[in-house]
Design a protein around this ligand. Structure first.
Ligand code: MG
Length: 160
């Protein structure tokens, strides 16, 4: 097989006193995501999708939350490392599709910047990464603005 597919999911809690970073973009909001790293939930879901495509485990294995080394880490730096693991094994990203589930703030104005940050980090063309955003229609923890979730799928291609 010359193609592999992987999926990723992540969720982080919304709290006061933390920055909201999605896809490497800092977004103005009164709440931010809590986590050991910068808690960039979108980038985390994308990394898990990439690792999953090659059955390489999950980001918790490579960047354990118990390791002080990753405290406050820029998730784009971690994404670059995940991409390196894939390239070393003779694979590259074909495309990624993702969706952020957040009740607030409105993410549409930031989508382009996220795609730019992600594709620049991965050395891809802008049309190789799709980022979508939806609300949870006020349902469940995401709907109550207790957190933000993200889903991603990644298609990898064998490099010849
Ligand atoms: Mg995470």
């Amino acid at each position: 097989m010359n193609i592999r597919i992987g999926n990723g999911y992540d969720i982080h809690k919304l709290v006061t006193g933390r920055a909201l970073i999605l896809g490497g973009v800092k977004i103005n909001h009164e709440l931010g995501l809590l986590g050991h790293s910068d808690a960039d939930v979108l980038t985390h879901a994308i990394m898990d999708a990439m690792l999953g495509a090659l059955s390489l485990g999950d980001i918790g294995h490579y960047f354990p939350p118990t390791d002080e080394k990753w405290a406050g880490a820029d998730s784009l730096v971690l994404l670059k490392q995940v991409n390196q693991l894939i390239l070393e094994r003779g694979w590259k990203v074909g495309n990624i599709d993702s969706v952020i589930v957040a009740e607030r703030p409105k993410l549409k104005p930031h989508i382009k910047a996220m795609r730019y940050m992600l594709t620049t980090t991965l050395n891809l063309d802008i049309d190789q990464i799709s980022v979508k955003a939806t609300t949870n229609e006020q349902l469940g923890p995401v709907g109550r603005e207790e957190g933000i979730a993200a889903y991603a799928v990644a298609l990898l291609e064998k490099v010849n």
